[in-house]
Design a protein around this ligand. Sequence first.
Ligand code: ADP
Length: 481
Amino acid sequence: MSDSLLGATILVADDEPGIRGGCRRVLESCGARVEAAASGVEALDHLLSADFDIAIVDLIMPTFGGMELLGRIAEAELPVVPVVITAHVSIDTVVEAMKQGAFDYLAKPFVPAELIVRAERAVAWRRLRQEAQERLLQLDADKSQLHTIVTSLADGVLVVNRDQEVVLSNPAARAALGLEEGQGEPRPVAQAIACDRLRELIAEAAQTPGQVASLSAEVACGERIYMARVVPILTSLGQPLGSATVLRDVTELMSLERAKAQFMSMVTHELKSPLAAVQGYLKVILSGQEIAPGKQQEVLTRCCERVEGMGQLVRDLLDLSRADAVPLRRVEPLPVAEIVAEVIDQNRYFAKPLGVALRTDLAPEGLTVSADRDDLLRMVDNLVSNAIKYNRPGGHVTLTARATGDAVRLSVADTGLGIPQEVLPRLGEEFFRINDPERRGIVGTGLGLALIKRTLATYHGRLEVESTVGEGSTFTLVLPL
Ligand code: ADP
């Protein structure tokens, strides 16, 4: 005896006790779990309260017969597989029962072997159907999972078939290529993709299937730059099916690279001329040429100045790279009066020979600002030394601190050269210096304000500048509380 009924759940519905009992015995002997019902209503009750693999139902029963029960099973979309028992086998009845959802039929009278064969077939069908359904559900889940992944990818994904038509695109790819969602796929590549380089790359991948694993290139789509990688897709026999393209937006990366290269060339440029000058002076001294005693002093002083300038540049560059290094900061409440006093102290001997007076106007008393001590000292010091450097003899520098509702405003005002309005937006650009006759002799690196801006950015603060040429400038550090 086969064990294909082992564990199967079976309902036997027949109003004849003999049939019910007989079926139960036979089926239970095969390892099935059997329930019995004597009427249509009773059978439906059982079917609605538990899951049965199959139901063997008599067509003629009290309350309602098997045919109606079949209808109810279909209506409730029960997964049970019905087999009908009929005393009067007519082709019409069997066809009708099949139409109503019966899987098989048993003609009365029947022998145990016939019952077992029918029951086994029905149970096998139920299991097959269940498995198929589970697989389909899995497939559906896999498909929707894949769809979700592709849709939510930040990279653009584009699938092209062997006829060079776009058959799939995700939102990122459509945004990159400027395609509307509803434009429908498949669309010819020539229509869907305006970027020449990308079209060429996809065409190239189609012409060289099996020869290359992927093709990559930088492509410009509108304002943005993408790294495109096209992978040819082949069948298991190596026949070309099309290609899949991934588009990664590298616009920011590229502009960062460009800024880095620009920065490096500026640094080299800034170091080149003082180095050449120092080298020139040293060569003159080493050559043993007669130099007038006064001149010799002048040459060495120049050398010293240029070396000091380079030293300042290196210090500023180090500060600039530190400005982004957030983990090195120790943010704490700092008394503004203390910081200002320290900066004034540092600059006193620098201001005096230039005839510039330093003043403070700090209110309210006890005002604090949350920042890293070195950061705050460096920012205020940079502003104060600029205010002294670009001042006039007899001028003054005033440090003012104020608390507004949500920020502390620390201003450094001077009575110096001032800054033309048209260059105000450029202040803070690395190495930006104003080139005019009045400032020719003033030493600087053009990195001070850049450093302040970068540092402020890490505090979500900002630098405000007001200036009138010939009258003076006010630089304000705005630090959110
Ligand atoms: P530098 O090392 O040249 O002083 P900064 O970044 O500190 O570099 O300043 C950039 C330029 O802005 C300076 O070269 C100068 O021309 C101008 N500038 C800065 N502060 C002042 C100021 N208080 N008054 C006039 N000009 C200023």
